[in-house]
Write a protein that binds this ligand. Sequence first.
Ligand code: ZN
Length: 185
Amino acid sequence: MNVVRLGLMDKIRFACMPFAVTHVLSNIILVDLYRDYFAKHKKYFTLHTIFIAGFAGLLPDIDIPLNWILNLFGADLVHRTITHTPLFALIFLIPGFILWRKKKHTMAMYFFVTSFAVFLHIFLDYFFASDAGGGIMFFYPFSTAEYALNLLKGTSATLFAGIDAIILLLWLWHEEIKHKISDYI
Ligand SMILES: [Zn+2]
């Protein structure tokens, strides 16, 4: 555990890393690539599936606005606790499997990508969070031990925004080639 005390701005900077855009984009891109190259039944992946994947990429951070609301009632929800656990991610598999068994495959896929997106969010936070800014409690609520790799130690937020931009451009280029998106604009 790092004992260095951080200023408020540092805390905000660490807490927001990786950026919201990364959480949304990484899921949209990975689910889209999976659909393009690996999915046996592409029809189970609609545009809604991709939208939900992007949305679910941010879902774990719902604890931030939720905390603002709870604060009004004197309650507290600490960032990166229950919504940042494998347990939370796995919950979505339950409706997923029920729907799958009922042959509602497209709907089931919404829940499967949500589970995937939550897992990816947790791992991105784990890779780039710093211990001092609050790591991931993988075993919450059973243990509050925090895990963080802090891979971006010593780099600036600008570099990270740059990587974001490059990933976005590469994917856009892929879409252009694979689907000839410019035909529809
Ligand atoms: Zn997060």
